[in-house]
Design a protein around this ligand. Structure first.
Ligand code: SF4
Length: 232
């Protein structure tokens, strides 16, 4: 049995698989607000039940899915992850994985088509403060495993993880790749310590990074609820 408990799909026939639980405990984690996809217009909830790899494949095939995003939650804490990735690969389904990187390994990097590596901050003490975990292992894994499959994600909320934080992350990732991609998400407020930032501040920070640094920074602007629930 995997730890996958929720699946949605998008109009381009890609799908998001939600893995239950995480080895980090970010104060601002959106899953503290809802365990289900916030990009779906309507969600019908039921008691949480984990799916087997075969059940997942059947759901994806029945829905004509050709690409998946493994996220949640943290997919790498699921002991069935490799089995699932092998099955998806065998069936020609493109695999994107979103991870905090602490458990990332060669096999996962090999099986994935794209890896979205999430860095909340480079500062170890701050990382412990906001996520409950040291980021040492995660950054060690990044330095050991990084290749052209990697892109990066962070989240923006002044004053604790604002523009200066995004600039430091940009400087860091540009040491490893030529022109790396950094997605900067505007915080959705879960905890009052991490408020929603002003859109204009985030956009000027993104502009600064794109102009001054060797990084392609962007944020997702669409507010449309495009996801459709396929499980449960
Ligand atoms: S690493 Fe991601 S999934 Fe895990 S607690 Fe933090 S925000 Fe949530």
């Amino acid at each position: 049995m995997t730890h996958v408990y929720h699946i949605t799909k998008f109009p381009d026939l890609s799908s998001y698989l939600f893995f239950y639980g995480c080895n980090w405990d970010c104060e601002f984690c959106i899953l503290k607000k809802s365990k289900y996809d916030i990009h779906a217009e309507k969600i019908e909830t039921r008691r949480i039940r984990f799916l087997s790899t075969d059940e997942i494949l059947k759901i994806l095939k029945d829905n004509g899915i050709n690409e998946v995003f493994l996220g949640g939650g943290e997919p790498t804490i699921d002991p069935s992850l490799i089995d699932l990735m092998e099955l998806l690969k065998k069936n020609g389904i493109k695999i994107n994985i979103l991870t905090n990187g602490e458990n990332l390994n060669e096999k996962i990097v090999y099986l994935a088509d794209r890896i979205a590596f999430s860095i909340k901050t480079l500062d170890s003490k701050k990382n412990i403060d906001i996520t409950g975990r040291d980021n040492k292992k995660s950054l060690e894994n990044l330095e050991k495993l990084v290749n052209e499959k990697f892109s990066f994600e962070t989240v923006y909320s002044e004053p604790i993880i604002g523009c200066q934080n995004a600039i430091e992350i940009s400087e860091y990732i540009s040491k490893f790749l030529k022109n790396p991609v950094l997605r900067i998400d505007m915080m959705i407020e879960v905890s009052p310590r991490f408020p929603r930032p002003d859109e204009n501040d985030v956009d000027s920070c993104i502009k600064y990074i794109n102009e001054k640094m060797n990084v392609r920074a962007f944020r997702i602007k669409s507010k449309e609820k495009r996801a459709v629930q396929v499980y449960p």
